[in-house]
Design a protein around this ligand. Structure first.
Ligand code: BTN
Length: 327
């Protein structure tokens, strides 16, 4: 079913405020047959909408696909390790904190911590991460790769590819990745990734990869200072999106790329990452802890480090920075 029919049908049912609309009324609104309406209703159900159908009354919308639970995520999940153990909470300070504790206490590889709401969500560089109730995916994944600690940042890039693939497949949108951890759609932030490491000088004990994805927010759900720079899947598609389905896809793709990485290293993922990257070949400003570098983004190294060429032709390797695209 085309997403515009799905959107029209959803809007008609949502505007009915929980009242029944007959198959004929819906067919008139959409401009198709009653049999086609029935098929479209089934499609909406598959996307996670709860709809009631009663003979002689028609259809009514019971809920949008935005309620999360561990059982729903497990149902239909076909991964081997990712998400096989799920801790779900309605409200926590930060899923990162819970995941670190669970990992210290021995939570297995692939464990995920998810919350409906975070009261103190953490972003990169100790920035707050706004995580409103049931509107987004607030998830931390625990993995235990046998690797030296310097490889940890590559997992931010691998997670970003998994998120982009999931978004593309579920919504048809084509977002971009801004190095190292932002997923943008038309320049606005859809998703942020925070990779935290617990390890020793020569080995990773575990990584906690936090993913914050804006899914069903409307513009008014964002705080004033975020409205201009953030967007959500619902804002961009005009449709509520099933968080469960997006999570399942993220876990599936992440597992696939994690396995590929452990077998073949970062090289195949680098190619994939660059195909989604925003700003390669363009002017950028990289703000690092030690200063600012302006130049042209050349891409990333085989280790996932950003390469920027300045006016004098010197190529800088950037390990950590905030990136800006000057207009
Ligand atoms: C960023 O863009 O700065 C990274 C944001 C990461 C947010 C996620 S939401 C789930 C997990 N729990 C947190 O407290 N932060 C990460």
């Amino acid at each position: 079913m085309s997403s515009s029919v799905k959107k029209q049908l959803y809007e008609a049912l949502a505007n009915a405020d929980g009242k029944f609309l007959s198959g004929q009324a819906l067919a008139d609104i959409i401009g198709c047959s009653r049999t086609a309406i029935w098929k479209h209703i089934e499609e909406l159900r598959k996307s996670g909408f709860e709809l009631e159908a009663v003979r002689k009354k028609g259809y009514r919308l019971i809920s949008k696909p935005d309620h999360l639970s561990d059982n729903e995520i497990l149902f239909g999940l076909k991964t081997k390790t990712m998400g096989r153990k799920i801790y779900y909470f309605d409200c926590v300070e930060s899923t990162q904190i819970i995941a670190h504790k669970a990992a210290r206490e021995g939570a297995p590889e692939g464990t995920i911590v998810i919350a409906g709401e975070q009261t103190a969500g953490k972003g990169r560089m100790t920035r707050p991460w706004h995580s409103s109730k049931q509107k987004g995916i607030w998830m931390s994944m625990i993995i235990r790769p046998k690797l030296p600690p310097e490889k940890a940042p590559q997992f931010t890039l691998i997670s970003a590819i998994a998120c982009v693939r999931a978004i593309e497949e579920i919504t048809g949108l084509e977002p971009h990745i801004k190095w190292p951890n932002d997923i943008l759609y038309k320049g606005k932030k859809l998703t942020g990734i925070l990779t935290e490491l617990q390890g020793e000088a020569d080995k990773v004990n575990f990584l906690v990869i936090g993913i914050g994805m804006n899914v069903n927010q409307r513009t008014e759900d964002f705080p004033e200072n975020v409205k201009e720079i953030a967007t959500s899947l619902e804002i961009e598609t005009g449709l509520a999106v099933s968080k469960t389905k997006v999570i399942q896809k993220i876990l599936t793709y992440f597992e696939k790329y994690y396995e590929l990485y452990m077998e073949e290293g970062f090289a195949p993922l680098k190619i994939m990452w660059e195909s989604y990257a925003a700003g390669i070949g363009k002017a950028i400003i990289a703000r690092t802890l030690t200063g600012e570098i302006s130049g042209v983004a050349l891409g990333i190294t085989d280790e996932g480090i950003l390469k920027v060429e300045d006016k004098e032709g010197k190529v800088h390797h950037i390990y950590s920075a905030d990136i800006e695209f000057p207009s």
